[in-house]
Write a protein that binds this ligand. Structure first.
Ligand code: F3S
Length: 277
């Protein structure tokens, strides 16, 4: 069996930066900081980080006066205001690319555009971006969700950083003939795009494709979808333990990719298991 790894795979700039920031926070009674939700969308890494004193919490109640870390996905301004009211010290690890999307939504709202965001409405990044448009934004999963735009003349469009370019382009194309003015901020991050391009390129050349990463990670799930469109046998696994030797034939070439929130050690374990098989 021959194993090939995608050119762009694993931790992106924003996730690596957040983990570095987190690990540099001084421990106090074993705790470095509390994070609003898991720091990154990878359950195995979050468990490891908990042992390192980074504790995910669902809300700010109970965190008065404590250190609060804002994760890569960012958060709505209302949470920052609340954290300040609670006298928390805030460590902001929002990815700079997510910040661009937040600022774009804020600017569009302030300039009177109807703000539309292409992405997943329940994703924390999107909830944060909607907050920057003061809650006045419409989230569209894809072009099929574009509503009737009869009374709307000026639309501002922003993308979730991890959304596929193809979906963003389809939404844009559908809106263009319907409105007098459309302002588009392409806030898709290049790390996402690069991972998607190299995953699809590799998927086209191999017999089996393995996508490693959290099932709760939007960008990993998207990678898995794209790989399964390009390769008949594509599997999404969180850890090497999920890999079943039955998936492979002796002479198969196997490709490996990993989402932007998948740590290197998981990728190494996956490759190690494949080599063993
Ligand atoms: Fe940031 Fe892009 Fe990663 S938005 S967190 S660099 S996938």
């Amino acid at each position: 069996m021959n194993v090939k790894i995608a050119g762009h795979a694993g931790f992106c700039y924003g996730v690596k930066r957040a983990v570095d920031i987190a690990m540099n926070i001084e421990k106090n009674n074993g705790i470095r900081a509390y994070t609003l939700g898991p720091l990154i969308h990878n359950p195995q890494m979050v468990e490891l980080l908990k042992k390192e004193g980074l504790m995910p919490v669902d809300d700010l109640e109970g965190c008065k006066g404590k250190k609060i870390m804002i994760r890569t996905h960012g958060t709505a301004p209302a949470n920052i205001v609340k954290a300040k009211e609670y006298k928390c010290s805030i460590i902001d690890a929002t990815c700079p690319y997510v910040k661009k999307a937040q600022k774009a939504a804020e600017k569009l709202y302030m300039e009177g555009y109807a703000v539309f965001i292409v992405g997943e409405s329940d994703h924390p990044e999107i909830k944060g971006i909607v907050g920057f448009a003061k809650g006045n934004a419409t989230v569209l999963k894809d072009e099929n969700e574009v509503p009737l735009l009869e009374d709307i003349h000026r639309i501002g469009l922003v993308a979730q950083t991890t959304i596929s370019e193809n979906i963003f382009a389809k939404v844009t194309r559908k809106i263009v003939p319907e409105v007098k003015e459309l302002r588009v901020f392409n806030t898709i991050c290049s790390a996402t795009k690069n991972r998607q391009i190299s995953a699809v390129n590799l998927s086209n050349k191999v017999d089996v494709m393995i996508v490693a990463g959290g099932r709760n990670s939007a960008n990993t799930t998207r990678l898995a979808e794209l790989c399964s469109q390009a390769c008949k046998k594509a599997y999404h696994v969180e850890t090497s333990e999920e890999i079943d030797p039955e998936w492979f034939l002796k002479d198969d070439t196997v490709g490996v990719t990993a989402g932007a929130s998948t740590p290197d050690w998981i990728v190494k374990e996956v490759v190690g298991k494949l080599i063993k098989i």
